[in-house]
Write a protein that binds this ligand. Structure first.
Ligand code: UD1
Length: 416
């Protein structure tokens, strides 16, 4: 397994272009089975999770190929709806394929999905929504068999604004005759991006970004060349890299409006941030101030995917901070590793109390999940001495060549 060897203490300084968003690309890859023709995703990131989705799509008959930085997916070739068990267990986003495959073929079979070890991650909201749309679902030996021969448009209320369930319903409804509505829909920017993609293919989806989404099914979608949105979580992570090292960074291809809750917290910690139309600039103080309290919430609240990175920052702040994780239950797994680096963290249930220390020190640690892994890298950048972060394949799932980007910004980091 690969690791990162990091010599801490260098300031992160310079300019970086943010990659395209993993969490926008994954549902769009699933939705690419909806049109009769090819989809070309320009500037598509080469990530572990993207390769996994390509693997699943290939098994369903949809080849894809890189054309430089663009990914061409032959979604029209979808020929079967049985998702391979091994791959669907490995990637959580395989669940996204249920909606679009049912929409196209009116049948789908898959194993319960896998993904990061950050909580139970049930799929009850996805399944109950599909049942409301007339899908008959049975379970055999861990496999879900979905029969969509009687699928129909429906009014669906989500008890919780799940991102994945909202996206799945949109995709299932895009080719279904009639009007489907989703109330209490998730409002994440990636859902707006999915709407933009489907509409660019001739679909009729409205309301993404608000709690009420309306989908008017169309009989056919056509191929398109599409550029998904920039990655707001990568944006936030690299801002944190500059913040934790007392550095300064300019990010291009960044959308400040997607990141308001994170920018507010970084400002409260003493960072100076300037926002451009498609750019962000951050200059950090020598030592960050604690942020008192932070609570993760569905968008536009503070994103759970930025929680671990803020935990790393809180470790070296002046003063104490409290973080409450309200979305996923297992997101404090890295607290033990951070403590091994000299942090002072007390976790009780879904809350962590962090007393900032002057300096962390290098240690031998391991990523447990994607964002937690990124947070360990941040801590290592600020620590004295050398840190070895193991299991960075988890980081590669969502950050393309993170070590090369950080090296260009002045970090001493190598893949080993
Ligand atoms: C997506 C993101 C992930 C992010 C999360 C929350 C992608 C590929 N992943 O994940 O990076 O952390 O949104 O912003 O876009 N839940 C249920 N039942 C369900 C579905 C979800 O109880 O059927 C619960 C989950 O366990 C979790 C909460 O709802 O506690 C949020 O999950 P959800 O919004 O669905 O996240 P994902 O779509 O899995």
């Amino acid at each position: 397994m690969a690791g990162f060897r990091i010599c801490g203490g260098e300031k992160i300084e310079g300019t970086l272009r943010v990659d395209t968003a993993k969490n926008a690309v994954l549902p769009i890859l699933a939705a690419s089975v909806l049109p009769q023709e090819d989809t070309v995703l320009t500037d598509c990131p080469r990530l572990g999770d993207v390769e996994c989705m390509r693997g699943i799509l290939r098994m369903l008959g949809c080849e894809s190929c890189w054309e430089g930085d663009a990914l061409r997916i032959c979604g029209g070739a979808l020929s079967q709806g049985e998702m391979p068990e091994e791959l669907s267990k490995r990637v959580r986003s395989s669940i996204f394929l249920l909606g679009p495959v049912l929409g196209r073929l009116r049948m789908a079979t898959m194993a319960y999905p896998g993904g990061c070890e950050i909580g139970l991650r049930p799929i009850d909201l996805h399944l109950s929504a599909l049942k409301r749309m007339g899908v008959r679902i049975s379970e055999e030996g861990g496999m879900l068999r979905c029969d969509g021969r009687d699928m129909h448009a429906a009014d669906i209320h989500l008890d919780y604004p799940s991102v994945g369930a909202t996206e799945n319903i949109i995709m299932a409804a895009a080719l279904l005759p009639g009007r489907t509505t989703i109330s209490n829909a998730a409002r994440e920017p990636e859902i707006e991006d999915l709407q933009r993609y489907i509409n660019a293919m001739g679909g009729h989806v409205q309301g993404a970004g608000s709690p009420l989404i309306v989908i008017e099914g169309v009989s056919r979608l056509h191929g398109v060349t599409y550029q998904p949105m920039p990655d707001r979580i990568a944006t936030g992570t690299y801002l944190c890299a500059a913040a934790i090292t007392g550095g300064q960074i300019e990010l291009t291809n960044a959308r400040p409006r997607d990141l308001t809750a994170v920018l507010d917290k970084l400002r409260a910690m003493g960072c100076v941030i300037a926002e451009g139309e498609q750019a962000l600039y951050l200059s950090a103080p020598e030592r960050l101030q604690s942020f008192d309290a932070l609570q993760t919430q569905p968008h536009p609240g503070f994103p759970t995917d930025m929680q671990s990175q803020m935990l790393a920052l809180a470790c070296v702040c002046r003063g104490a901070s409290v973080i409450e994780e309200k979305v996923f239950e297992n997101r404090f797994a890295i607290a033990g590793d951070l403590c091994r680096m000299g942090a002072n963290i007390r976790v009780t249930g879904r809350a962590a109390l962090i007393q900032g220390v002057e300096r962390l020190h290098g240690a031998h640690v391991a990523a447990h999940d994607l964002r937690g892994g990124a947070a360990l890298v941040l801590a290592a950048l600020a620590a004295s001495g050398e840190t070895l972060v193991e299991d960075v394949h988890l980081i590669d799932r969502g950050y393309e060549r993170m070590e090369e980007k950080l090296t260009a910004l002045g970090a001493k980091i190598a893949r080993v």
